[in-house]
Design a protein around this ligand. Structure first.
Ligand code: PAF
Length: 292
């Protein structure tokens, strides 16, 4: 249904894909464009920047809010994922009151069969997040493809914090012959450098302050990468986290930006990125930085 039963908001929220599809076809004209920002809610300034870019570049913008169960390999992470639709709608309306919101139920998306499609992402799925979160990218591919089929966007916006996800979505779109432009957008950071993430809401104030170590380490790694080898930089990062009792390093990797293959020897013509995943009190945070 097209509904707006959230207390303080007059914004339209669609809970069912049938109503959303009907509405989108009613506003579509021959050359009109739809921008799409898929999210799992718990919105922050990073999401709002994607929405801002989409509203600038398209005639209409759709934001989806859906905590997708098939991309969580850890049930506790799924259960504890922050959810607050009312707050999210207020944040969306502060960007633009014409944004169309799609907040489906698990049933509206999966129609009683919460199954994951298996994808071949040409090996992109085997590295880093894929290695440590088995099945995660099949879940992401499944939901993003389904949402693209429902919304049929011209342009879709993804944050570069999840850089591997961005590459995976580009690959899925290309392999599935979907006509959607995938647009990567810069990372938004807190004043101490911590990359904005919905999971930051679960950190205590002290953890949030101390999490500055993640980006600080990435920045120093970037400087070191000018003069040191990948293994020297990696060893230094590992030592930094061994000295720290509150943060546990899951991985640090320097990889080629396009293939995500580990950089063994540096090649001047290739673009590299550092990727990091860290646990603080069972909360998993990731970040990335371009190195050259
Ligand atoms: O990045 C996210 O929030 C999610 O992985 C996405 C793209 C909305 C798919 O559920």
């Amino acid at each position: 249904m097209f509904a707006s039963n959230l207390n303080k908001s007059t914004m339209p929220v669609f809970y069912e894909k049938v109503a959303l599809i009907d509405y989108l076809s009613s506003i579509k004209t021959t050359n009109s464009t739809i921008g799409f920002v898929p999210t799992m809610g718990a919105l922050h300034e990073g999401h709002q920047s994607l929405m801002r870019q989409s509203t600038k570049e398209n005639d209409s913008t759709v934001v989806s809010i859906f905590v997708n169960p098939t991309q969580f390999n850890n049930p506790e992470d799924l259960a504890k994922y922050p959810r607050n639709l009312e707050q999210d709608v207020i944040k969306i309306s502060s960007v633009n009151t014409n944004i169309i919101i799609y907040a489906p139920s698990v049933d509206d998306i999966y129609e009683g069969k919460t199954l994951t499609q298996s994808f071949n992402f040409d090996g992109l799925e085997k590295k880093m997040e894929g290695k440590f979160r088995p099945g995660h990218f099949d879940g992401v591919g499944t939901i993003v493809k389904r949402l693209f089929e429902i919304v049929n966007p011209t342009n879709a916006y993804f944050g570069e914090k999840d850089f591997q996800q961005l590459q995976i979505v580009k690959k899925m779109t290309e392999k599935s012959n979907l006509k959607v432009n995938i647009i990567g957008c810069p990372i938004f950071r807190e004043s101490n450098g911590l990359a904005m993430s919905s999971r930051n809401e679960r950190l205590t104030l002290q953890e949030r302050e101390e999490a500055a170590i993640i980006y600080k380490t990435l920045e120093t790694a970037k400087t070191k990468f000018n003069s040191e080898s990948t293994s020297e930089v990696t060893a230094w990062v590992q030592q930094e986290f061994e000295k720290n009792d509150s943060f546990t390093l899951e991985y640090f990797e320097i990889a080629d930006e396009a293939t995500l293959s580990t950089c063994l020897t540096k090649n001047k013509n290739q673009k590299y990125r550092a990727f990091i995943a860290v646990f603080v009190n069972n909360i998993r945070l990731i970040d990335t930085i371009s190195l050259n």
